[in-house]
Design a protein around this ligand. Structure first.
Ligand SMILES: C[S@@+](CC[C@H](N)C(=O)[O-])C[C@H]1O[C@@H](n2cnc3c(N)ncnc32)[C@H](O)[C@@H]1O
Length: 274
């Protein structure tokens, strides 16, 4: 049976904020990479859960999805100038129909051909890893926006980060409630998946540690009061610490004590929304 039947785009009242943040982070990084000390000569901008490019919020209004936001942020920062690095885009999603729709939207809006590949996110991550291996001059800017933990390429991303910690930005958007609910179900089924987000029993291991390990820089968005899905964004960067107004935007450093408390909250260990 076609797996596409069981996947969906999903949207909530927080989706618009997510899309806004993805565009902002992309634009900020495209600008930072213009710095003469940025030593990578090629940047791959990738979104491996790209969807169709369109989100309908509460059946009411439509907002651009992450791939369109990524492209808008990119072109806003590029400002018709020639960048000191070459670039390419990678879009993929398990749904063939979403990929086809996205290709049409990109063509209409940006007048560039940008293929969207129908494929599993885990395979996409592996292919991107192959590209980084083959091209030592390449840097990867990666957006991860899964529906839930089932298809989240956690181990592939961790492997990628441990192979190329200084050459990757990762922007994951996660509903911790969904993840924890699934984890509990799996734990009850006798499998050991506890502490998905950070293996918080030991902050030095696991996904959060991979995001912020080595010389990487990372932030995590603090809880939004009343958000039962516990959505969060965890932007982490391989080089060039972004001097953004993170605090004003509700973020804390991932490796700070406050950041660790926030991770605990998202892992369901505390109820303190701060
Ligand atoms: C939350 S939506 C992302 C939407 C998009 N990023 C946006 O902002 O508009 C998650 C997407 O993941 C796709 N998906 C689900 N399982 C997948 C998998 N194993 N590999 C790749 N994509 C998957 C779904 O088809 C869906 O489009």
């Amino acid at each position: 049976m076609n797996k596409e039947l069981f996947t969906h785009q999903g949207a909530s009242q927080y989706t618009e904020r997510k899309e806004f943040e993805i565009e902002g982070v992309t634009s900020m990084r495209v600008n930072q990479f213009k710095n003469k000390h940025f030593r990578y000569r090629h940047v791959i901008f990738a979104d491996v859960f790209c969807g169709s490019g369109k989100n309908t919020i509460n059946a009411e209004y439509i907002v651009d999805g992450s791939p369109l936001r990524l492209l808008s942020g990119f072109f806003r920062a590029k400002m018709n100038k020639i960048l000191p690095y070459s670039f390419s885009f990678w879009f993929s999603d398990i749904r063939h129909s979403a990929c086809a729709a996205l290709e049409r939207r990109i063509e209409e809006r940006f007048e560039i051909p940008a293929p969207a590949f129908p494929m599993e996110a885990s395979s996409a991550i592996n292919s991107l890893g192959d590209m980084l291996s083959a091209k030592p001059e390449a840097f990867l800017f990666l957006i991860l926006d899964p529906n839930g933990p089932k298809d989240f390429p956690k181990y592939e991303t961790q492997d990628l980060l441990s192979s190329f910690p200084g050459r990757i930005d990762v922007i994951p958007y996660i509903s911790a409630t969904t993840i924890n609910r699934c984890l509990n179900a799996r734990n009850k089924a006798g499998r050991d998946f506890k502490g998905w987000l950070g293996e918080i029993e030991n902050f030095d291991e696991g996904f959060v540690a991979a995001l912020s390990g080595g010389n990487r820089f990372g932030w995590i968005r603090k809880p939004i009061p009343g958000d039962r899905q516990r959505w969060t964004m965890i932007p982490t960067f391989g080089c060039f610490e972004p001097r953004n107004s993170w605090e004003k935007q509700g973020y804390v450093k991932l490796n700070s004590n406050e950041g660790k408390e926030v991770v605990k909250f998202y892992c369901g260990e505390t109820n303190n929304e701060q």
